[in-house]
Write a protein that binds this ligand. Structure first.
Ligand code: ADP
Ligand code: 5GP
Length: 203
């Protein structure tokens, strides 16, 4: 469980904190996110909208809100997105209302979004905690993407090209977690979130 209020005067309900998980496709963000949500009581996940087609096993309203391009652009024009971006040729966006409702209720919120979205969040809500998940190497990343068997060869190539650009942006984030041994990375993420994004104290 999270500690007592971090930033609210006594007697006032603590507002939730926003955690942004980033990193290249295939690095393990979804895997780490699922573990963090299972382990941390006060953490909720904001389900993004996307125009990408669902993968086998993905469910509408659980993994994403899968919507049409028209619906997406309509929502964007109405200002319903807190942030949105084009990633790997598809549109992705975070619904503003979902996030503010959870934060106002005092829940911490996890977003799993790309570097463009992270930059928009940092500008809008500078107190957010940006966490970059890094692979041990580009070779390991490629292997994970291939083993996942969810993308065509063309899509894998596009994602690996984009990965190099995303890696160059890791210094924009507040924290970098290396996802080599999954259990270690998972513990590091859980500890970071339960500390409210504060770096660990030196022993
Ligand atoms: P992302 O959400 O970043 O695209 P996923 O969570 O889907 O990545 O992970 C991509 C693949 O890599 C999945 O098959 C997952 O099981 C695997 N994976 C995740 N973390 C590790 C790890 N530390 N070592 C080896 N494989 C991993
Ligand atoms: P995938 O298609 O593999 O689920 O996601 C592809 C990329 O889109 C990942 O980098 C993921 O973090 C990003 N993404 C998912 N949802 C959002 C969102 O709501 N906004 C932004 N900016 N990126 C997102």
């Amino acid at each position: 469980m999270l500690d007592a209020p971090l930033d609210a005067p006594s007697g006032q309900t603590r507002k939730g904190r926003l955690f942004v998980l980033g990193g290249p496709s295939g690095v393990g963000k979804g895997t780490l996110r699922a573990q963090a949500l299972a382990d941390i009581d006060n953490l909720s996940y904001s389900i993004s909208c996307t125009t990408r087609k669902p993968r086998v096993g993905e469910r509408d309203g659980v993994d994403y809100h899968f919507i049409t391009r028209e619906d997406f652009e309509d929502k964007a024009a109405q200002g319903l997105f807190l942030e949105h971006a084009t990633v790997h040729e598809d549109r992705y966006g975070t619904l503003r209302e979902d996030v503010t409702r959870e934060l106002d209720a005092g829940h911490d919120v996890l977003l799993e979004i790309d570097v463009q979205g992270a930059q928009q969040i940092q500008r809008l809500l500078p107190e957010s905690v940006l966490i970059f998940i890094a692979p041990p190497s580009l070779e390991a990343l490629e292997e994970r993407l291939r083993l996942r068997r969810t993308e065509s060869e063309d899509k894998i190539k596009l994602r690996l090209e984009n990965a190099k650009k995303e890696m160059e942006r890791s210094s924009d984030y507040d924290h970098i977690i290396l996802n080599d041994v999954l259990d270690h990375a998972s513990k590091e993420l859980r500890d970071l979130i339960t500390r409210g994004g504060e770096a660990p104290r030196e022993e």
